[in-house]
Design a protein around this ligand. Structure first.
Ligand code: GRF
Length: 211
């Protein structure tokens, strides 16, 4: 019996949705290439044609596709196109990585419990845009990172993993954001690895980690 790395058709296929610089995409690419995540990124989709993450994908010879929401008459039609492209690549898991659109019913129903997101705050505090800034302005002493399954709400899905990040006395929004980002790059690949190994079990709002 073969042991070690998963090969060929056993390998899970990931589709990553981005809108911008793609540093989390890069962390996932690196973890797949090093074998830490037993999966392959089969496609990167951006709704923004100018997203730097597209260049990161190309550099690693990953198919990079632009599906600009502005070119579609409504969200359903836009998401149908995304679902079509994900289907063409036999995607098992969709990872949102700085994807700046709320996921709608079409994408959700096609990939139920198969969409993950990373959020730069300790949910359920500070959901939505600029989690780091919201936490900083609120004056919290601890913020952090959350990786969660995506549901129909905005950053409301079952939580897989969280990492606390202290807010230091001399922090600015920028220094705090940088410290949070460092942790995003660590725990997002860890959560994706758990998913790809079949070690996440959803029970209502709870996500149990096997082992
Ligand atoms: C990250 O802070 C992520 O948590 C949030 O958007 C930012 C995207 O950064 N959802 P990048 O594009 O991955 O560099």
């Amino acid at each position: 019996m073969l042991s070690g790395k998963l090969l060929g058709s056993d390998m899970k296929k990931i589709g990553v949705l981005i809108s911008g610089r793609g540093s989390n995409l890069q962390a996932i690419i690196d973890a797949c290439e090093s074998g830490d995540i037993p999966a392959k990124i089969a496609v990167v989709i951006s709704n923004d044609p100018s997203a730097f993450g597209l260049e990161r994908a190309q550099k690693h010879k990953i198919p990079a596709v632009v599906i600009n929401h502005k070119d579609y008459k409504d969200k359903n039609t836009y998401e149908l196109e995304i679902v079509k492209v994900l289907g063409q690549h036999n995607i098992d898991l969709v990872c949102l990585a700085g994807y700046m659109r709320i996921v709608g019913q079409v994408l959700l129903s096609n990939y139920l419990h198969k969409i993950l997101n990373v959020h730069p705050a300790l949910l359920p505090s500070f959901p939505g845009l600029h989690g780091q800034k919201q936490a900083f302005l609120h004056g919290v002493k601890v913020s952090g990172v959350t990786v969660h399954f995506v549901d129909e709400g905005c950053d409301t899905g079952p939580i897989i993993m969280q990492q606390a990040v202290p807010v230091l006395p001399n922090d600015t929004e920028e220094t705090l954001s940088a410290r949070i980002l460092e942790q995003e790059h660590k725990i997002y690949p860890q959560a994706i690895k758990l998913f790809c190994e079949g070690n996440l079990i959803i029970e209502g709002r709870q996500v149990k980690i096997n082992g």
